[in-house]
Every structure is written in C-alpha cells, then in structure tokens.
Design a protein around this ligand. Structure first.
Ligand SMILES: NC(=O)c1ccc[n+]([C@@H]2O[C@H](COP(=O)([O-])OP(=O)(O)OC[C@H]3O[C@@H](n4cnc5c(N)ncnc54)[C@H](O)[C@@H]3O)[C@@H](O)[C@H]2O)c1
Length: 337
C-alpha cells in the first residue's frame, strides 16, 4: 500500500491521473494538493470523491507554501510526489507572465525544498515538449531528452526553469527526481480555453471557431490516459535523475483539428474564422519518445481518430461540467493587439 501526493490534481491532466491511479491501484491512497485557481475544478473529481472517498484526500494549498507542504509530507510520508501544478495556458502568460514564474518556478522550488527536508523517496516533475522551443514546419528534426532548451514564451520559459530547478535539487542535494516532458494532451476534463475543448464547445453553442492565422502550425497529440500510463511507467520503472519524453509522433495542424470537428458536427467552412496569432506562437514541436518506449516499454495505446471522437462526444454529453467554466474564460485572445 502506497501513498501518492499529487499537486494540481484538480486540473485537466491531474484529475485524470487521480482517477487513473485510484482505479488501478486499489490499495493505494491519493492526496490531491491543489490551490484551486481558475483552472482547478473539484467537479472534475465528483465521481472520485464518491467512489474512492476513503482512499482519497483533497487539501487546498499552494505549491509555494513550503510550511504546509512540509507538514503534509511529514504527516503522510508519501511514496511519490507528482508535481502537475502549474499555470499552463500560453495566452494567459502573455497577458500576465508574473504568475507563471511565481507558480511554475518559485512554487516548484519551494515544493522541492519541502520534499528535500522531509527526505521523500521520490519527486516526479511533469513538464512539457515546449521547453525545447519550436521547429520549422519542414524540419526533419525531433527533440531528444538532451536537446538544448530554447523556450520562446513566458510559459515555456517558466517550465524550462522549473526543470532546471528539479535537476539542480538532484545534482546538488541528491533529491531522487524524475522528469517527463509530454506532447499536447487531449481528452475529458480539459479547461475550455485550450484548443480542442474551446473549438468543440464553440461549435456546440453554434459559434464559429477562431483559428490563429498561422493555422498550419502543428502539434503532436496524445490522449491524456496514454500520458497517465506513461507517468505510471516512469514512477514504477524510471531511473532516478532521468528525463523521459512522452509523445505519439502523431502531428496535426490547427486547420486539421478544425476540419475533423467540422466533419463530426457535419458543418461547413463558414464555421471557421481567422484571428491574429498570439505573440511568440510556436510553429511546431515533435518529440523523440524512443527512450521511454525502449527502456520502460511504454507505448501509446489510444488511436487518435477514436480518442478524438470520444473526447468530442464527452464534451457533448457533459455540458453541465463545462457550462459553469465559461464565465471563468476571462482571457481575450486578442488582448495583445
Ligand atoms: N495540457 C497539456 O497539453 C500539457 C502538455 C505537457 C505538459 N503539461 C503540464 O502538465 C501539468 C498539468 O497541465 P494541465 O493541462 O492539467 O493544467 P491545468 O491548468 O488544467 O491544471 C493546473 C492545476 O494546477 C493547479 N494550480 C495552479 N497553481 C497552483 C499552485 N500554486 N499550487 C497548487 N496548485 C496549483 C490549478 O488549480 C489546476 O488544478 C502542467 O505542469 C503542464 O505544464 C500539460
């Protein structure tokens, strides 16, 4: 019986991971430590509370609150900490970069310090493909775990700095860490400011999808449950001090995502409209994921077409989940004009 301490468990990937772990490890306990920012949503865990209440504990708190984190680490002695908590939306980072450095860099450092002082056995940090910078659309390159970090936006840069802090705590203080850098996730419970839920919910409401003008900029897509399985592999079999890329190799540009949605909704091109790119809009990221595949035996399992259709169906069936979030959509995608 193990205890896993998850930060940011009320967000998109964290809430899927909390559910995944409780379903698959019937003897384990999960502590979900989340500040409940605009992106945190306990409604994403209503079923978890009900089904796994005795093995699940929610604590509201900031990863930057060293005293509270240390107190909880000493009280519960978790076997693993998995740090999902972050400010995660690139567009918001353009309007308010400060909170990104506050949470993603300083918050991570305080959590690392608490883990060090509590002498925890393992700290796993969730990072992103975006730390490596972007690729030209026609490039043959991919990003490897040892590729240089070339972040271009405040969000990317804050995640890159957090990765560096995690490595420094390992190299300097011997904290047992691992890091994973993942491609773009899609799936249920994603805050409706992100591309796929944003476009899907616009169409469900009879509104047009606003595509950035550089609509051929593309992303590598992974279903959130394949990401959860990859984190599980790293927790169980990863080597201390190592970093693992997590991707599928499946790339799709914004135009193709919009086209797929128009097909599913049986709508025509008049439901597309074009808006200015946000500043620093990365063109492309592509990960080489052969390390996690060959060393840990992980492979993505969810077919994109099927996962995408199921995701759209989930948002269609769960308007009660996303409706209340629409009033939290404060970001104006053209605020930088
Ligand atoms: N979404 C993706 O495609 C993607 C891809 C690669 C990596 N990541 C990384 O995965 C992690 C989770 O991403 P997500 O999409 O689920 O994000 P999200 O924005 O949906 O959730 C973030 C969660 O962190 C919480 N949080 C924010 N600040 C906090 C703080 N100071 N203390 C405690 N909790 C705090 C929020 O309340 C929210 O519940 C992030 O670290 C992100 O950088 C995301």
């Amino acid at each position: 019986m193990a205890t896993i301490f998850i930060t940011g468990g009320a967000g998109f990937i964290g809430s899927n991971f909390v559910r995944y772990w409780l379903q698959n490890y019937p003897d384990d306990c999960v502590i979900n430590y989340d500040l409940l920012t605009y992106a945190g949503n306990l409604a994403s865990l209503a079923d978890v509370e009900q089904d796994f209440g005795e093995r699940y504990l929610f604590v509201r708190g900031d990863i930057g609150n060293y005293e509270l984190a240390l107190h909880l680490f000493q009280q519960y002695k978790p076997d693993w900490v998995v740090n999902f908590a972050a400010e995660s939306h690139n567009s918001r980072a353009i309007v308010n970069p400060e909170i990104f450095y506050q949470t993603n860099v300083l918050g991570t450092q305080r959590l690392l310090q608490a883990a060090r002082d509590a002498k925890l056995a393992r700290f796993h940090h969730i990072s992103t493909c975006e730390v490596y910078g972007d690729l030209a659309l026609d490039s043959d390159e991919r990003f490897y775990e040892n590729s240089p970090y070339r972040p271009r936006t405040p969000y990317n840069a804050s995640k890159a700095a957090a990765d560096m802090a995690v490595r420094a705590y390992h190299e300097t203080f011997g904290l047992p860490v691992t890091i994973s850098n993942c491609a773009n996730n899609y799936g249920p419970y994603q805050f409706p400011e992100k591309l796929i839920p944003y476009f899907t919910i616009r169409l469900l409401q009879g509104q047009k999808m606003p595509l950035y003008k550089s609509s051929h900029n593309r992303r590598e897509w992974i279903h959130v449950i394949d990401h959860c399985r990859a984190i599980e592999s790293v927790l169980l079999h990863g080597q201390i001090g190592e970093t693992y890329n997590i991707g599928t190799g499946l790339e799709l540009d914004i135009e193709a995502v919009a086209e797929l949605l128009l097909q599913i909704f049986e709508l025509d091109d008049s439901y597309k409209t074009y808006v200015e790119d946000r500043p620093g809009h990365d063109r492309r990221y592509l990960l080489d994921s052969s390390k996690i595949e060959s060393q840990l035996g992980w492979q993505p399992q969810i077919d994109f077409q099927q996962g995408f259709a199921e995701t759209v169906a989930w948002y269609r069936q769960n308007s009660a989940w996303w409706q209340p979030l629409l009033r939290r959509l404060a970001i104006n995608e053209e605020a930088w004009k």
